[in-house]
Design a protein around this ligand. Structure first.
Ligand SMILES: Cc1ncc(COP(=O)(O)O)c(C=O)c1O
Length: 420
């Protein structure tokens, strides 16, 4: 494990900045530009960290957030290298369009898409894609598996759409997942590969007996590029690049099957009113030209390419998923053996290998643990706020080194012991 020289806690006497300023503590030693801002914000808002983690225990990189998540420094360096040749240039010209084609081709390879599947993209992230789906994918009535914040939101969007019939919503308590089943009149089955709010993963599969024209639409926002799946079971596998793709937010990406393309074209040709920015026919036309309907975030596209090529050059999705398996094994084995930590997801088969949710004993305040970790440069281990549990939630995306996950568990042990 590499020593962490850049994430030193900020310790020192408070010094006034001026009449209107918030007191800030003077760092005892230089802070690197990468973490300087975070450390200063922490110093401005927090009491002095009572617990200072030994350097030899710290992970090499302290980012464990579930999105935006760790961007590999190598990818940032590559972005810096194109700061005047790619950044700030037209998304309609060859340079950017070539990068979009690299992303589309790289994803096709990484996800091992069958012939006829295409990669589409557009602006607005996965949240926009839910609205897009209500306009351009759901014909009349959808079925939704609802087992956490994100899966319930898509169900809510379908319910709110005035041109659709009320969806069939199958729920299960947080920490579990329901099963889809074929239902008469359902033309769209909405599944979630990884429920980021609860740390539950499920294999996306076509419900047995589903009508042959029905499409299976899978929210893979936090799964794509980190979890294995069988693409032939799904028609739309949509995601955003700020998670396993170790890039930034704002974009949606979707692998679409020939059956989904047929659906998009059929609804597009109907008299349904579809706002232009949410129109999948327009998005498909633009994607096929390696463009987007309106201006995308160029850095997001570039960083996603860096990650997809990194994964592909190292052995593809199987390699990335194996890395996540190693991290998950470390995390859950640690929690199971711990006297104060327990995996929130009771059934080991449902435990996500990219997002871990770990309950802490009531005697230990998880918020305090997260705060002490944050003060030591280990950030974003807080639980999903709306779940309301005494819990830590930590990403184990492919960019996160499995040895850093091991270091994280040692740091949690240290903090809990020090808190007494
Ligand atoms: C499973 C899942 N779906 C959808 C979203 C929303 O994605 P975005 O923020 O890109 O709109 C998230 C974000 O965390 C997510 O985890």
């Amino acid at each position: 494990m590499g020593g962490l020289t850049t994430l030193a806690p900020v310790i020192g006497a408070a010094v006034p900045l001026g009449a209107d300023s918030v007191p800030i503590r003077r760092p005892r030693e230089p802070i690197s530009p990468e973490v300087g801002a975070a450390a200063i914000v922490a110093a401005m808002t927090d009491p002095l960290p009572a617990i200072s983690l030994p350097r030899e225990l710290l992970p090499a990189d302290g980012r464990f957030g579930c999105g935006p998540s760790k961007v590999r420094p190598e990818a940032m360096n590559a972005l810096n290298a194109v700061s005047t040749t790619y950044m700030g240039t037209s998304h309609r010209q060859a340079m950017v369009r070539f990068t979009v084609s690299q992303l589309r081709n790289g994803l096709t390879e990484m996800l091992a898409l069958p012939d006829g599947y295409e990669i589409m993209l557009g602006n607005g992230g996965s949240t926009a894609f839910w609205d897009i789906a209500t306009f351009g994918l759901i014909d009349q009535r959808s079925q939704h598996l609802s087992f956490g914040e994100f899966s319930s939101k898509f169900a809510g969007a379908a319910k709110a759409a005035p041109h659709l019939a009320d969806p069939e919503v199958i729920e299960s308590p947080p920490g579990t997942h329901p099963e889809a089943h074929a239902s008469a009149g359902i033309d769209t089955y909405a599944l979630t590969h990884n429920e980021t709010s609860t740390g539950v993963a499920m294999a996306p599969t076509r419900p047995e007996g589903a009508h042959e024209d029905a499409i299976v639409v899978v929210d893979a926002t936090s799964a794509a590029g980190g979890l294995r799946f069988d693409p032939s079971q799904v028609d739309v596998y949509y995601f955003a690049p700020q998670k396993c793709l170790a890039s930034d937010g704002g974009l949606w990406l979707a692998a679409v099957s020939p059956r989904a393309i047929e659906r998009i074209e059929r609804i597009g040709a109907s008299d349904r009113w579809i706002p232009a920015s949410l129109d999948l026919v327009t998005a498909l036309d633009n994607s096929r030209k390696d463009q987007t309907y309106n201006t995308p975030a160029l850095a997001t596209i570039f960083l996603a390419v860096q990650q997809v090529e990194w994964v592909n050059n190292n052995g593809g999705l199987e390699w990335a998923a194996s890395r996540c398996d190693r991290s998950a094994d470390t995390m859950y084995s640690w929690a199971e053996a711990s006297p104060f930590a327990t995996p929130f997801v009771a059934d080991a088969a449902d435990r996500s290998h990219v997002v871990a949710t770990i309950d802490l004993d009531d005697a230990i305040d998880a918020n305090v643990v997260s705060q002490v970790l944050r003060d030591n440069g280990i950030v974003d281990t807080e639980s999903y706020r709306k779940l309301g549990r005494n819990q830590l939630r930590m990403a184990m995306f492919p960019a996160i080194d499995p040895s850093d996950v091991e270091a994280l568990t040692a740091c949690i042990d240290h903090v809990v012991t020090a808190l007494g």
